[in-house]
Design a protein around this ligand. Structure first.
Ligand SMILES: Cc1cc2nc3c(=O)[nH]c(=O)nc-3n(C[C@H](O)[C@H](O)[C@H](O)COP(=O)(O)OP(=O)(O)OC[C@H]3O[C@@H](n4cnc5c(N)ncnc54)[C@H](O)[C@@H]3O)c2cc1C
Length: 607
């Protein structure tokens, strides 16, 4: 009955009557999608001002692959056959651990069901020879669409563990299926499917920014509505939301008010949940470049790998609008793209990712051969080895009202998300290292007049020469050395900063729509006890450890710490959190990957 109601509420399929968009002529039509025209119209009409989905990671043309008989038979062999009848529901929003569905005979339609403010709509139709599924099959996200049989026949259900076997064992098939899942996510983000997760909030509110940053980093299918626009107002009205409810998320069957990334992750099934009672081989804490590299190498080398992050995947690197010094990318690439690809790679090899998921304690007394990690929600994870890749946290200035303006005018990153509220308005960047220089150029490139405030006497002391030259030549950048921001003013949002020039001993207030702070960071180690660190709090490993650091456990083991191993056996530290690290993406990924060799050796010495 529920399925019948959903059927009657379904809006006309946008693809109907237009034919396949991504088909090649003369071949069977396994999948038909909403056309780009329809998608653009929908986007323009419904959600002006939403975050751009970004460049597709793979060409969307691979979303509907055409498998020859032999490949299709191989794909079907991973599933179990089920006879279907018109109207059968194959999956519905909210379900976890859904199967990949291979259509042997008949056809299946994929529908975005109605939410508080939009009627249902058909997203795609999959005929015999195609398969139904998108990236959530690998990320573990709950289903947000409805799959229903349009024409009865036979489907082959491939459960998650069989899909993982396919990914690991059949290179040819896994390549085709994996690229299709990624391309479908890109297509869905730009389709009516995005209305399945609608986020509404005030453009410059810190809580809304946290939610949007999480959604963007997880590449969640979603639409953003600015509550200050007519589209946002209309959406709030039809969903029965008031200002007090913001930020809010409207999902099929439910609405989250005063929503947080954690609440959204719980609803979508992206929080930590362990399906196996067995301990993990390795748990990696922190999904920046170092943690992601450890996850890719751990999972690809057969370790049961869990990767957690307190915020979302990508770490500091995801906040970098342009990384120009990463090996092999002479034209630079955005940190979000780099880490987004790494996430896909880790998922492909079968790593389990969960965020937001904060580690709050590590039991350093081994529980038998296992290490026990405690998470903020009270869950525990037992594993044979732990890799700490928690990086460093940004430093702030000890100014009155600083906490009030964090996320509401004060930012620690300069990406599209932070910068769009300031486009064309004057901004201030604090810091003398490369990250500050990059941010200043990025913001100036978006039409802002930028004051770059540097405490030291010379901008060239810490910054790369190529950046210094570009900054000094840029007509919209003013470099103010021997200067400091000493006062902040505004209402709910930052409006003005006072900059004190220490040479002239003069202070000047000036308008400021965004203060971008890049003055270094402190290691994210406050959740750890009993681990050897340097005076600066960064974690020491292997040759940095002295005999005094090594307790009796090492005598029992009869070995010295392995490369990247900390003073606690089986616990490793990589990336920015590691004492003496280079604080660069390439160094972090190198350390993360290398540590896995030590993890293997450490596990081999257990029992
Ligand atoms: C704006 C900016 C621009 C930059 N540009 C460049 C550049 O051009 N080139 C370059 O080489 N480097 C650049 N860097 C530096 C580079 O990003 C870092 O060196 C790199 O990200 C370090 O990687 P990491 O994995 O060690 O740590 P991070 O990237 O800091 O990641 C650590 C992760 O751990 C998570 N975490 C922390 N505590 C916990 C906990 N208790 N439980 C769970 N998770 C936790 C955090 O949420 C975070 O996601 C830039 C940095 C910034 C901020």
């Amino acid at each position: 009955m529920a399925a019948m109601n959903e059927l009657s509420r379904t809006a006309a399929a946008p693809w109907a009557g237009r034919g396949p968009v991504f088909s090649q002529p003369g071949l069977a039509r396994p999948v038909a999608w909403a056309t780009p025209d329809d998608l653009d119209r929908l986007r323009a009409g419904r959600a002006r001002g939403r975050a751009r989905p970004g460049k597709p990671l793979v060409p969307v043309s691979v979303a509907s692959p055409r498998l020859g008989d032999e490949l299709f038979a191989r794909l079907m062999s991973y599933g179990t056959p089920h006879e279907t009848h018109r109207g059968d529901v194959l999956f519905r929003p909210g379900e976890a651990d859904v199967d990949l569905i291979v259509v042997g005979r008949g056809s299946v339609e994929v529908i975005r069901t109605e939410t508080a403010d939009v009627p249902a709509a058909t997203v795609a139709a999959v005929d015999a020879g195609g398969f139904v599924g998108e990236l959530n099959l690998l990320t573990g996200q709950n289903v947000y669409l409805l799959g229903r049989v349009r024409e009865g026949g036979t489907v082959y259900r491939v459960p998650p563990e069989r899909l993982r076997q396919l990914m690991a064992n059949d290179v040819e098939l896994s390549d085709i299926v994996f690229k299709a899942l990624i391309a479908r996510r890109e297509l869905l983000q730009r389709s009516t499917a995005a209305l399945a997760v609608e986020i509404v909030g005030t453009d410059r509110s810190a809580a809304a920014l946290a939610l949007r940053t999480y959604a963007a980093r997880q590449r969640l299918i979603h639409l953003w509505f600015d509550a200050g626009t007519p589209a946002g107002q209309a959406m709030m009205q039809s969903s029965g939301l008031t200002e007090d409810d913001l930020p809010a998320v409207v999902l099929p069957g439910t609405t989250l008010t005063q929503a947080t990334p954690g609440g959204l992750a719980d609803k979508l099934g992206l929080s930590y949940r362990r399906s196996s009672a067995k301990p993990a081989d390795v748990t990696i804490v922190g999904a920046g470049p170092a943690g992601l590299a450890a996850a890719v190498y751990g999972a690809s080398e057969g370790l049961d790998t869990v990767l957690l992050d307190a915020v979302g995947t990508g770490g500091q690197a995801a906040a970098s609008s342009r990384i120009e010094n990463y090996f092999g990318f002479p034209f630079g690439l955005s940190g979000a793209d780099l880490t987004g690809l790494a996430v896909l790679q880790a998922l492909k090899f079968g790593a389990q990712l969960a965020s937001p998921c904060q580690a709050v304690k590590l039991d350093t007394d081994r529980n038998g051969d296992l290490l026990r990690l405690h998470l903020q929600g009270g869950e525990v994870i037992d594993s044979k080895a732990v890799v700490i890749a928690t990086g460093a946290r940004y430093r702030a200035l000890p100014l009155e009202r600083w906490p009030d303006f964090e996320g509401a005018g004060i930012y620690y990153a300069a990406t599209e998300l932070e910068a769009r509220g300031c486009t064309g308005s004057p901004v201030t960047v604090i810091g003398g290292a490369n990250s500050a220089g990059q941010a200043a150029l990025y913001l100036a490139g978006r039409g802002s007049d930028v004051s770059l405030v540097v405490r030291g006497p010379d901008i060239a002391t810490e910054m790369s020469a190529y950046l210094v030259d570009r900054l000094l030549a840029h007509p919209r950048v003013t470099v103010r050395c021997r200067s400091e921001v000493t006062r902040l003013d505004g209402g709910d949002f930052l409006e003005e900063v006072t900059i004190t020039d220490r040479t002239a001993d003069s202070a000047q207030a000036q308008p400021c729509a965004g203060l971008f702070c890049f003055i270094g960071a402190e290691p994210a180690t406050d959740w750890l006890t009993g681990i050897a660190t340097g005076d600066d709090g960064f974690i020491r490993t292997d040759v940095q450890l002295t005999g005094n650091d090594l307790g009796p456990a090492w005598d029992t083991l009869g070995r010295r710490p392995l490369p990247f191993e900390t003073s606690i056996p089986g616990v490793f530290a990589v990336g920015d959190v590691h004492s003496g690290s280079m604080k660069r993406v390439a160094a972090a990924t190198g350390e993360g990957a290398s540590a896995i060799a030590s993890v293997h050796k450490s596990i081999a010495t257990l029992a």
